[in-house]
Design a protein around this ligand. Structure first.
Ligand code: T1G
Length: 704
């Protein structure tokens, strides 16, 4: 905001209207909180003003403190002098008029007002825990006083956005308006209705309704797995517990102490970083932001397998009609049945209503053949991962699809240029790589062919956002960016077994690090035969390809993972719990002996570094080849493609906590020990020599 004041005060009749105008979301940036305090003081001394309305300009109330300001030595006002305290102490009634979002400090400001009104489309929340801190503006003390300890605890520990309609039921919102109401006019009218009501309803004067003292311990138990290695969720619980035990001001002091401990914690820094890279990933440095996006209002999917079905669900989940075809009616029906079963599971789990399921299913239309999808605006090919299966599909799509339709492939590694060259419209072709399960995982890798036009790429990125994905651009290299950077991790984890490790140690290390599942257990879930086929392909293409005899042996024995009751682990019937299997240990020993590899033990840290450093090195190669725009883009892919723990920021963010020099030295040492697969990338060497962090690394210009 250059020059213009972000907060104004104007009188409308007997009501002073304080308007916050700090685009794009009225965050409490420089001058905003101060401005509210200043205009409030003026309104309180102006005899012509009897009541005050606080409202946001643009699309939102106030979206919270300016996250960019955290971790800097920003000025912190003492308790009692902050905007929350002055609102609370106002001698004239203050009404918060909420539209769009009232989040974090924004909701805390509203809670410090005497009344709150909102449009039904508004959302409120205290999402601080999602960026590794806790509400620091009195929210942990006021919200329990307003809606009870149990409801407040749930909102603060989850950080979820609460629709205004629910917020009204909870007691956060006093007056819910019709969506078509004029918010300011209604707030002014409301102000005149309550102008003489005294005493002013100060939330701080209410007592906390504590239904059951056990809720705090119960919450600690319920979040234990999800919140492992993290502090913020537990600080949130502690602060709400304090609200039930201490007078308001002492409770605020407790909140402030907890906030100070967390504001610049590694967890908070990592989560803030994740917040910003998830927004930066949408910016394509070499494709102008005003590049026209081709309109689309529907989609088609070719291939009704697991991926094709999940992709079709992704469109239906976000309101877009989608047609789906497969090679035979039986295959198409199997695919539709899998979709119906997936939705039915969600309904059973309560995450979807029956009505929502029916509306989504109605948007997915199985059709007989290519001629039935010709009128669709875009089509995603999701057939078997073999070039000689995909190429004819692209030739056929080029023949039938209407002019201007975009042709996308869900391939996870194959050459997009070759697919584009099967068509007379190569500019309209790109990769749109979904991650399994496609309707759940948020990452969409948009793979740029050398033929893809800027419009096609901009549309593919927009398509991802339209269906709730995080679109990230990747260059057309084997495995693109996510899988290529993950490949060395997959190799090292099996080589570790040859050297004496066991799957259960590797999995425990990665779960303790923060992954939801260990990589071997994930392999059993996905099916070991998938990796087997791609290893065979790569070995045929590249004689130097590092074979994985242990993994190959398991597949050749029919141990494909959960689907065959055994893989890296064995499984009891109907139970997905992985059990270490002595037979696997014996196979490992036998193969290792056959390879003549000396067996040894590994510390957990050594296991962690072997896996992750191998990927850090590969990701540096990807940047230096210009196959990704930024280190942050790679981190977005690791967070949303592989379940990398969010409170560690991402692969590069985590590597920076070790330090470039230490990572480089270790990789150089493994290069001596193991040979070329550990040759340090040039970029890594340059970063180590220049003392530049991974996050500051600059990628080469994008090379499709
Ligand atoms: N601070 C700084 N920038 C912010 C911001 C914030 N709080 N919220 C959004 N932005 C930027 C964002 O980076 C993007 O920038 C642009 O605004 C549009 O955002 C004292 C201490 C409000 C739901 O955690 O959840 O209050 O990329 O793309 O999808 O207790 O933004 O355009 O340059 O996300 O419509 C608590 C975080 C802070 C809210 C809108 N508040 N923001 O979503 O737009 S801590 C939050 C959001 C706090 C107090 C504590 C979302 C949104 P650019 P966007 P959107």
């Amino acid at each position: 905001m250059s020059g213009a004041t972000p907060v104004s005060l104007e009188r409308q009749g007997d009501v002073g209207v304080i308007t916050v105008n700090y685009p794009p979301v009225n965050a409490l940036g420089p001058g905003v909180a101060e401005g509210i305090k200043d205009r409030l003081a003026r309104a309180n001394i102006d005899p012509a003003i009897k009541a005050i309305v606080l409202i946001g300009a643009g699309r939102s109330f106030i979206a919270g403190a300016d996250i960019r300001g955290f971790g800097t030595n920003r000025q912190r006002l003492p308790l009692g002098q902050r905007v929350y305290d002055t609102l609370d102490a106002s001698s004239k009634p203050v009404i918060a008029a909420i539209h769009g979002y009232a989040l974090g400090g924004g909701l805390e400001i509203a809670l410090a007002c005497h009344y709150r009104m909102a449009l039904p489309s508004a959302k409120v929340g205290l999402p601080e825990v999602l960026i590794g801190i806790l509400p620091g503006g009195g929210g942990t003390q006021r919200l329990p006083r307003l809606i009870g300890a149990k409801a407040a605890l749930e909102m603060i520990v989850t950080g979820r956005h609460v629709p205004a309609t629910e917020a009204k039921r909870l007691g956060i919102i006093d007056e819910l308006l019709p969506e078509t109401a004029d918010l300011l006019e209604s707030a002014i009218a409301f102000a005149m209705r309550i102008v003489d009501v005294r005493p002013l309803p100060r939330v701080r004067n209410r007592s906390v309704r504590l239904e059951d003292r056990g809720i705090f311990e119960a919450m600690r138990k319920s979040i234990a797995r999800r919140a492992r290695n993290q502090k913020a969720p537990y600080a949130c619980i502690g602060a709400v517990e304090a609200a039930c035990a201490l007078p308001f001001d002492e409770g605020c002091q407790c909140e402030a102490n907890l906030f100070k401990e967390l504001e610049d914690s590694p967890e908070a820094r990592a989560l803030r970083y994740a917040f910003f890279i998830e927004r930066e990933v949408a910016r394509l440095p070499d494709i102008p932001a005003n590049t026209p996006v081709r309109d689309f209002s529907n989609a088609a999917v070719v291939g009704a397998g697991t991926m094709g079905g999940g992709i079709a669900m992704s469109f239906a989940d976000f309101g877009l009609p989608v047609k789906i075809i497969d090679a035979t009616p039986e295959a198409l029906e199997r695919g539709m049945q899998r979709i119906r079963d997936n939705y039915a599971t969600s309904v059973r789990r309560g995450s979807l209503s029956e009505d929502q399921m029916q509306r989504r299913l109605a948007r997915i239309e199985p059709v007989a053949g290519y001629e039935d999808i010709a009128d669709c605006d875009l089509v995603i090919e999701a057939v078997f991962e073999e070039m000689d299966v995909k190429k004819p599909v692209f030739a056929k799509l080029d023949e039938v699809m209407k002019p201007g339709a975009l042709l996308f492939s869900n391939t996870s590694a194959l050459d997009i240029d070759q697919l584009a060259e099967m068509t007379r419209r190569p500019k309209d072709v790109a990769g749109t790589h979904f991650f399994s399960p496609a309707n759940v995982m948020k990452l969409l890798e948009v793979v740029r062919s050398k033929h893809s036009s800027p419009e096609t790429l901009a549309t593919a990125m927009q398509m991802g956002r339209r269906i709730g994905k995080l679109s990230a651009m990747a260059g057309n290299t084997d495995g693109f960016v996510a899988n290529r950077s993950r490949a060395p991790f997959n190799t090292e984890m099996v080589i570790l077994l040859e050297e004496g490790c066991l799957p259960e140690q590797v999995d425990k290390v990665m779960v303790d690090f923060g992954y939801p599942m260990g990589p071997f257990a994930v392999g059993d879930l996905a099916g070991l035969d998938i990796g087997y086929a791609s290893r065979k392909r790569r070995a045929a293409e590249n004689p130097n390809f590092r074979k994985q005899p242990i993994a190959d042996r398991l597949v050749e024995m029919g141990r494909h993972g959960q689907k065959t009751g055994a893989g890296w682990y064995r499984y009891e019937k109907g139970d997905r719990t992985p059990h270490p299997d002595p037979e696997v240990a014996a196979i490992i020993k036998e193969v290792a002996t056959g390879l003549g590899i000396a067996q040894r033990t590994f510390t957990d840290e050594a296991v962690l570094r072997r896996l992750l450093f191998s990927s850090v090195n590969e990701a540096c190669k990807i940047l230096e080849e210009g196959k990704a725009y930024r280190p942050g883009d790679v981190d977005v892919m690791w967070l949303h493609g592989f379940g990398f723990p969010r409170y560690r920021g991402g692969l590069f963010f985590w590597a920076d906590t070790i330090g470039v020099r230490e990572v480089y030295n270790q990789i150089a040492a493994w290069h001596q020990q193991y040979g070329d697969r550990w040759a340090p990338s040039r970029l890594l060497r340059d970063l180590a020599e220049s003392g530049t962090s991974f996050r500051e690394a600059r990628a080469a210009p994008f090379a499709a």
